[in-house]
Design a protein. Sequence first.
Length: 257
Amino acid sequence: MPRPVRPDAVRSLAAPALASLICLAILLSLGVWQLQRKGEKEALIGRIVARSRAEPPAPLPARGDWNPARDEFERVRVTGTLLNDQETLVHGLAAGAVPGKALQGFYVLTPLKRDDGSLVLVNRGFVPTELKDAARREAGQVAGSVTITGMLRGPEIRTMFVPAPEPAKGEWFHRDIDGIAAAKGITVMPYLIEADATPNPGGWPKGGQLRVDLPNNHMQYAFTWFGIAACLVGVFGVFAWKRLSEDRHGAAGNPAA
């Protein structure tokens, strides 16, 4: 007849069990969070796609009426004059500027002066590194009145992996609306316009860089966290079974125990 498991053996599993439960709770929480992020990403993609097709484009919201939750990704149209001498180049990578290639280069952010005197930054599109100098893309430095159609975007938040800007050197690594405006000594709207793919003279900058097919890998991430959680349960189950099995066998071999 098998010997019963000693209480001491059961108590010895308390600490590993508690640690495993804590880890299990964290893993399950991460899996659930990824499912929530999946729903949020799908809603965002649907919103961007729907607004990218909106006709006719909406007018720009007034400074005091800007509401990112409501207005971001709205398709808009604006007329004004590009202040090409005040453009800012932001380091970036474009996957679709040239078919089949991912190029390093810059996004060209240029203030657009409207008839009422207000300024709004326009991300005119991407240029490769060899066209950093505006003189090498002179045809794209459009003078006079222009009409631009695009989508509204709020300021881009700098993450821990993005280098800090160096305004004195003209080095920018994210679309920092307030920072760029301060460096230029101008006042702009609290948003910018991502220009659509309407060709510019000379072909550069290439607009339409805003992706509406955002990556949505959250289901895979959720399965990963849930899979690790299942492995944790299995590993602890095997560990506990071996610990208790060794205790029973040890007790059977030592009747005095």
